[in-house]
Design a protein. Structure first.
Length: 189
């Protein structure tokens, strides 16, 4: 029997970031998000080094391991490109049978989930809200509040990522700030 005294991995409630030997931190800046927002011209004239969202990702097991799990924390800054709120790029999992949990810890936003037939549904995210993302469902989170939006995610280590489909085809709706109200606008493909 052995007891591990040291905390191997840690979710720091101060800065809301994961710590540990297998944690990778990345961020997406305005300059990384070409073609993600509707008004590409507005995005291209913004400060390119400005951070839109950051992810700390804990991979305690090798990517691709069947039965393994990953956990990640995402912080989406408060901001807009023209009238469109800051959001994640969004993706579908390469292994399309993978599902995922998201749960909110700070701020408010929307979880957008879109099926392969492009029908979508939206769930409101707030501290304590839990969101189940079923298999074969593209997912994106939008920060519609007036502070940072922070959420955690847990998904299979063999899920993989497909960003290309969403990059090419987009989601079937976008969320804009219209006179202070988050407004869902359907998008024709
Ligand atoms: C999340 C996302 C994270 C960033 O951990 O990867 O929120 O969003 P994008 O990956 O769309 O840029 C997750 O869904 N993992 O599967
Ligand atoms: Zn995912």
């Amino acid at each position: 029997m052995s007891i591990d005294n040291a905390i191997k991995y840690k979710f720091n409630t101060g800065d809301n970031v994961l710590y540990g030997t297998n944690v990778i931190c990345t961020s997406k800046k305005i300059g990384d998000l070409k073609q993600v927002f509707q008004n590409e011209e507005a995005r291209s004239t913004m400060e390119q080094e400005s951070i839109v969202y950051s992810v700390s990702l804990l991979q305690p097991i090798e990517a691709g391991t069947v039965g393994g799990l990953f956990i990640g924390t995402t912080i989406i800054e408060q901001g807009q490109v023209d009238q469109e709120y800051y959001m994640t790029k969004g993706h579908i999992h390469k292994n399309t049978s993978s599902s995922e949990f998201y749960w909110g810890t700070k701020g408010t936003g929307m979880v957008l989930m879109m099926k392969t037939d492009r029908t979508y549904h939206i769930e409101l995210m707030s501290p304590g809200s839990i969101h189940f993302i079923p298999p074969e469902t593209a997912h994106r989170v939008i920060n519609t509040g007036n502070e940072k939006l922070i959420f955690n995610a847990c998904w299979p280590a063999d899920a993989g990522y497909d960003y290309e489909t969403i990059y090419n085809e987009g989601f079937s709706c976008r969320i804009f700030n219209q006179h202070g109200i988050p407004t869902i606008i359907d998008i024709e493909k």
